[in-house]
Design a protein around this ligand. Structure first.
Ligand code: SF4
Length: 336
């Protein structure tokens, strides 16, 4: 009798929780719809576009004019006719948009949306490091600050790094910054011996092969996709290595029915949208045992996007001299 009472008590609580959760979700949807309406009115009135990275929240990707990885978004920033670009991504991406479109107003929803990889390479320290390599070309992954770009000869993305390195003369001496994992991967694939800056992205660097093996044990038929910002031990167990856009393309062309994805969680939204019948499993962060989210990317919310468009701030401001120097290595990238 006592057991039955406890059962009904718990059942009631859980049932109420479910009702409460559903009510809260419906309220959230009403607010989200109102915000989305306001955002599209502001976009029209101010001739603004929204560029969103694949790692942002699903509702942010849904309202963007373009969703993509760093390469696609930087190309969009360079050609858009809009007066305002709102960059739902992280700080270095909004800076890159400003460098490519200096006459436009570039907004970022939250100035705290930084990047651990870009932060792992302070320009002053890189400048000292480069004194050891006076005859080297400096190739920098686009995930770096505007100042680091001014110290670079060519900017690359994870989508074009191999192509650009392969196009350089075989005897070209190269320093690669800031990602040691991507640099090591390029060295392995091209047979080069680029000197590497010792930086990393905390989101990709903390993924482990052990976590992938655990998922493989449960989903043995799933193919493993990995971003080259992951450690070599993770890349070794991958069936496909590529940028976020390349991974997405792979899932569309490939005939597997399930994938284990070693990168930031946000890309799963687009993967699932484009492949509704396939299954996707993200590799968990082994430290927190939770999804592998980039907390900086998730700072981009509908509310902050609305506020940024409404107030036209925070705005990315860069000195003209910095822009002039930083644009050169980015344009070099577009030449390849
Ligand atoms: S996922 Fe890593 S590289 Fe990408 S923005 Fe976040 S911290 Fe930077």
């Amino acid at each position: 009798m006592r057991g039955a009472k406890v059962y009904f008590f718990l059942y009631e609580k859980i049932f109420l929780c479910k009702i409460l959760r559903n009510i809260l979700y419906k309220i959230f949807l009403i607010f989200a719809r109102m915000l989305i309406n306001q955002i599209s009115k502001l976009k029209k009135a101010k001739n603004a576009i929204i560029l969103a990275h694949y790692y942002t929240l699903p509702e942010v990707q849904d309202i963007a004019d373009f969703v993509g990885d760093s390469l696609v978004l930087s190309k969009q920033a360079a050609v858009t006719q809009a007066d305002i670009i709102l960059f739902a991504g992280v700080h270095f991406m909004a800076e890159t948009a400003k460098i490519l479109s200096p006459q436009k107003k570039i907004l970022i929803p939250d100035l705290n949306a930084g990047c651990s990889l870009a932060d792992s390479c302070p320009a002053e320290e890189l400048e000292k490091f480069l004194k050891n390599y006076p005859e080297h070309k400096v190739l920098s992954y686009i995930n770096c600050s505007a100042k680091v770009k001014t110290l670079s000869d060519i900017i690359v993305t994870s989508g074009n790094a191999l192509k650009i390195v392969n196009a350089l003369p075989k005897d070209e001496k190269i320093v690669f910054t800031p990602d040691r994992n991507l640099g090591a991967y390029i060295n392995k694939e091209t047979g080069r011996e680029m000197a590497l800056w010792n930086g990393a992205c905390h989101v990709h660097d903390q993924l482990t092969a052990e976590e992938i093996y655990k998922l493989k044990a449960t989903y043995p038929k799933a193919k493993v996709l990995a971003h080259p910002e992951c450690k070599a031990t993770v890349l070794e167990v991958a069936d496909f290595i590529g940028s976020t856009a390349a991974m997405l393309q792979f899932t569309k062309n490939d005939d597997a029915i399930a994938y284990i994805v070693a990168t930031e969680t946000g890309i799963l939204y687009e993967m699932q949208k484009q492949n509704p019948t396939k299954q996707f499993y993200v590799v968990n962060n082994p430290i927190t045992c939770s999804c592998n989210n980039c907390e900086y990317m998730k700072l981009n919310t509908l509310e902050k996007i609305y506020n940024a468009l409404q107030t036209e701030s925070p705005e990315i401001i860069l000195e003209d001299e910095l822009i002039k120097k930083a644009v050169y290595p980015i344009q070099k990238m577009f030449d390849y």
